[in-house]
Design a protein around this ligand. Structure first.
Ligand SMILES: Nc1ncnc2c1ncn2[C@@H]1O[C@H](COP(=O)(O)OP(=O)(O)OP(=O)(O)O)[C@@H](O)[C@H]1O
Ligand SMILES: [Mg+2]
Length: 269
């Protein structure tokens, strides 16, 4: 179980905090999506969870123990696929183990096993430039698994893909999740994607974010795309879109107020 308690966080070079009093819980083995306006702090939340940033106040706990007591608990898949063009597919996947100074043969064997698992057997010695966008994301996912964390932090992994590839990869990720027995936190801007994949959806609202709105997805673990048309699922989709619209509108107003305040104070923008 992952727990965040009353987190306050502010980037060093910034005046206003991103989070103030943020709390959340994710059950072990669950699939949780995180949505919110651009700039609301989704990636920052992941940076806190993988220890790249430290909260000013509050605690991050894994099964009741501080995050710092766990080694390599979370594995992060970044917003852009960061495959190194000068490394083969296999070497890209084994990179986290190379960095962890694991024996080369063990790392290569693990990478080959993971590539088989993501359906890319036979591609080990190819170059990233020879792959399609969807294949690159599967390699990137395999590399995230190679890091060995119990919790996978996936930051908009499918946002750059065309809609059919995206739907195929959503179904693929769903199957992976069922087999892997890992907790997945998944950032997306796509409400339907969040509903199709997750058991729980958290929405970041406000500046700073003081809390999360939580929605339970009314679909069983075994699901298919037709279930998105069920009345309760369609209702949830419309509710989430309305909420995000309100947030975007509030943000517009706040932004205008900030500009007005800056004008009043004679500050250059
Ligand atoms: N290293 C940094 N230093 C200072 N401010 C930062 C830094 N990284 C992000 N920010 C600011 O923190 C806020 C939240 O950024 P973050 O990247 O977490 O947003 P996001 O919700 O992931 O947005 P998007 O949907 O566009 O990816 C933004 O206002 C951003 O400008
Ligand atoms: Mg982001």
């Amino acid at each position: 179980m992952l727990t965040l308690e009353n987190i306050r966080f502010c980037y060093k070079n910034s005046a206003a905090p991103i989070f103030d009093g943020l709390s959340l819980r994710a059950e072990k083995g669950s699939f949780v999506s995180i949505i919110g306006a651009s700039g609301s702090g989704k990636t920052t939340l992941f940076r806190l969870l993988n220890g790249l940033e430290q909260p000013e106040e509050g605690r991050i706990l894994i099964d009741g123990e501080p995050l710092s007591a766990h080694r390599q608990y979370a594995s992060y898949m970044p917003q852009q696929d960061l495959l190194f063009p000068w490394l083969t597919v296999e070497k890209n996947v084994m990179l986290p183990m190379t960095v962890q100074k694991k024996p080369k043969e063990e790392a290569a064997a693990k990478a080959r096993e993971l590539l088989r698992q993501v359906g890319l057997e036979g591609w080990e010695n190819r170059w990233p430039r020879e792959l399609s966008g969807g294949m690159r994301q599967r390699v990137s996912f395999a590399r995230t698994l190679c890091a060995g964390g119990d919790i996978l932090l996936l930051d908009e992994p499918f946002s750059a893909l065309d809609s059919i590839t995206r739907i195929q990869l959503q179904e693929w990720l769903m199957d992976q999740w069922k087999q892997l027995n890992k907790t997945i936190l998944f950032i997306t801007h796509d409400v339907e994607e969040a509903i199709f994949l997750s058991q729980k959806i958290l929405v970041l609202t406000g500046h700073p974010v003081t809390g999360l709105m939580e929605f339970t997805v009314p679909m069983p673990k075994e699901r298919n795309r037709e279930m998105l048309l069920l009345p309760e699922t369609a209702r949830l989709k419309e509710d989430l879109i309305a909420l995000l619209r309100r947030e975007a509108k509030a943000e517009g107003t706040e932004g205008a107020e900030r500009i007005h305040d800056a004008d009043e104070a004679g500050i250059d923008r």
